[in-house]
Design a protein. Structure first.
Length: 561
């Protein structure tokens, strides 16, 4: 933080970013959540991280730089050692005859600037970058994981004079694998025993990548180490086990969910990484457009009713709900959730973890929550008719209920509730809005390039109407893709963004629900009323150069080009 909270308050009032009443609300939220005012602004979707950085830079008469949009020469990047760069959140990003340009989140730190100047033998020009931007860029420092672990194993062998796998520091190997996965923004780590070795794979941006091969002789030791960290039984090898651990990496508390499953060659491990620092997103960060954002805002501004988020596993449903909960989270409201599992802790929110062993299910937990005088309830998932009935009745009796459903699109969620034996008139009376979503990979900014393709190529998979709508009536269309570079590990993609369709339950749609119309009829009416489909939203992002045609068609399940 480069300016204190009081100065930041004056700044946002001066530029008319928000009024005094709203500012006081956010300041109170920051105080109660024990976070900075800057973090609270981002949490509440008042302003993006980049725009807030630009305001801060302007107020300090400093140039501003967005590191995520730059390709930095390796020799410049490594002027500052990794340990120092992480500690002081500073990155050299360019150099010329006039000196070396340095991005730093705290430009008042004169000592680090002098150290860089001495080491580089050049004058330092200081640019402001946000802490989040610096943090995300620093993962480039990682070395090749396979080489790192091979050197650890061979180094141990040389120092002990024993066989290659005797005395290998398995604890260090496990820590390195988790650290590299974290720095690569992986959501899951798969440790899979094979006939001759152990394969480690990372799920990055929704796609599994082979990253490492380990000697099969180390597999049992790795499994045992992870079991110890997760408080699981080390003597049980034939039964599935689930556990969790918490470790600290780069000043971030990292929760790791562990699942161990016996397969033919041995025990397979899958670890889900749940980090809090800079990993939680606002609705704007997730890529929701302004019109859809307004529909969702109208829905959660009400003190009653239901907001549903739908999509398959891994489509970002819970992340979207958390983004809404952070906006709603004020001291005047009692917010209670029941989840399986609790993925992120939100200060000031009462979060309940389901537990089948004690019969704490979504339905039984929801009944208990209703006796706790709640204003807002989040039910992790509506899985059965009992949970659906209780949730709908809670929404009908003056509570705002948020939940998720496994359906393919927004319109299908309405008859799905009816299938769960909820009366149509109750569905139409309670559901305010339904958000369907998918996550698509974003083009790597470092190697993004434009290409011209014939319009006929798109017409093989898309209607002429939709192609003209997004790309114009031309024979040659300009789109973007990533060529593949070191930053994106030759994939052409870095990070993900959401594509959405937001169905607002209007008066006409209520009539269709009450008349028990199927999802196709409801979908057509929603589209007539101006709903943007996920395909439309995805193609709009293609036209803006955020993603590729292939990626949108892949996630919307249309045959790819």
């Amino acid at each position: 933080m480069i300016i204190p909270d009081e100065q930041l308050k004056s700044l946002v009032l001066r530029v008319n970013l928000l009024d005094q009443k709203k500012l006081d609300e956010i300041a109170e939220y920051a105080k109660n959540s024990n976070i900075s005012l800057r973090e609270a602004f981002i949490d509440k979707d008042v302003v993006s991280d980049e725009n807030l950085g630009m305001l801060e830079a302007d107020s300090n008469n400093l140039p501003f730089v967005v590191l995520s949009k730059l390709s930095i020469p390796d020799d410049v990047f490594r002027v500052v050692p990794e340990r120092i760069a992480r500690k002081f959140k500073v990155i050299p990003f360019a150099r010329d005859q006039e000196g070396i340009k340095v991005a730093i989140s705290d430009p008042k730190n004169i000592l680090i600037q002098e150290m860089i100047s001495r080491k580089a033998g050049q004058k330092v020009s200081v640019y402001l970058a946000t802490e989040r931007d610096v943090y995300n860029k620093l993962w480039i420092y990682r070395k090749d994981l396979q080489k790192t672990l091979d050197s650890v194993i061979s180094g141990q062998s040389k120092s002990t004079g024993k066989s290659a796998y005797t005395g290998v520091p398995v604890a260090k190997l496990v820590e390195l694998v988790i650290k590299y996965a974290y720095q690569d923004n992986a959501s899951d780590i798969h440790v899979e025993p094979e006939e001759k070795d152990t394969l480690v794979r990372f799920r990055i941006d929704g796609i599994l990548h082979d990253v490492l091969f380990l000697p099969k002789q180390l597999h049992d030791q790795i499994v045992t180490r992870i079991k110890v960290l997760s408080n699981l039984r080390t003597d049980e090898h034939l039964t599935p086990q689930d556990g969790k651990m918490r470790i600290t990496l780069d000043e971030d508390e990292l929760d790791v969910r562990v699942s161990i499953l016996p397969i033919v060659p041995g025990e397979k491990i899958v670890m889900r990484l749940l980090a809090s620092h800079f990993r939680q997103f606002s609705l704007v960060d997730l890529g929701m457009n302004e019109a859809d954002l307004q529909k969702v805002s109208n829905a959660f501004a009400k003190s009653y009713g239901m907001i549903l988020s739908t999509g398959p596993t891994g489509s970002g449903k819970t992340t979207s709900i958390y983004a809404i909960l952070k906006i709603l989270n004020t001291r005047e409201k009692n917010i209670t959730t029941i989840e399986d599992p609790v993925e992120y802790r939100i200060r000031g929110v009462n979060q309940i973890q389901t537990n089948q062993k004690t019969n704490l299910t979504f339905a039984s937990g929801l009944r208990s929550i209703l006796r706790q005088d709640p204003n807002i309830i989040f039910v992790g998932e509506i899985r059965d008719s009992e949970t659906a009935g209780i949730a709908v009745n809670a929404a009908l009796t003056g509570h705002l209920v948020l939940s998720t459903l496994h359906t393919n699109d927004a319109a299908t969620a309405l008859p799905r509730l009816t299938d769960m034996k909820v009366e149509p008139f109750l569905v139409s009376s309670t559901v305010n809005v339904i958000v369907a979503q998918r996550l698509i990979r974003k083009i790597c900014e470092m190697c993004k390039t434009s290409v011209d393709i014939p319009a006929a190529q798109l017409l093989k998979n898309l209607s002429e109407e939709i192609v003209v709508k997004h790309f114009g009536n031309k024979s040659e269309l300009r789109i973007y893709k990533g060529k593949g570079c070191e930053i994106c590990t030759l994939t052409g993609y870095v990070g993900r963004i959401g594509i959405f369709e937001v169905l607002e339950v209007s008066t006409e749609i209520k009539k269709l629900i009450n008349a028990k119309n199927d999802s196709d009829v409801i979908l057509k009416q929603a589209l007539r009323e101006g709903m943007t489909s996920m395909l439309d939203d995805g193609l709009a992002k293609v036209a803006k150069g955020l993603t590729t045609i292939e990626e949108v068609l892949r996630v919307t399940k249309i045959e790819t080009l």
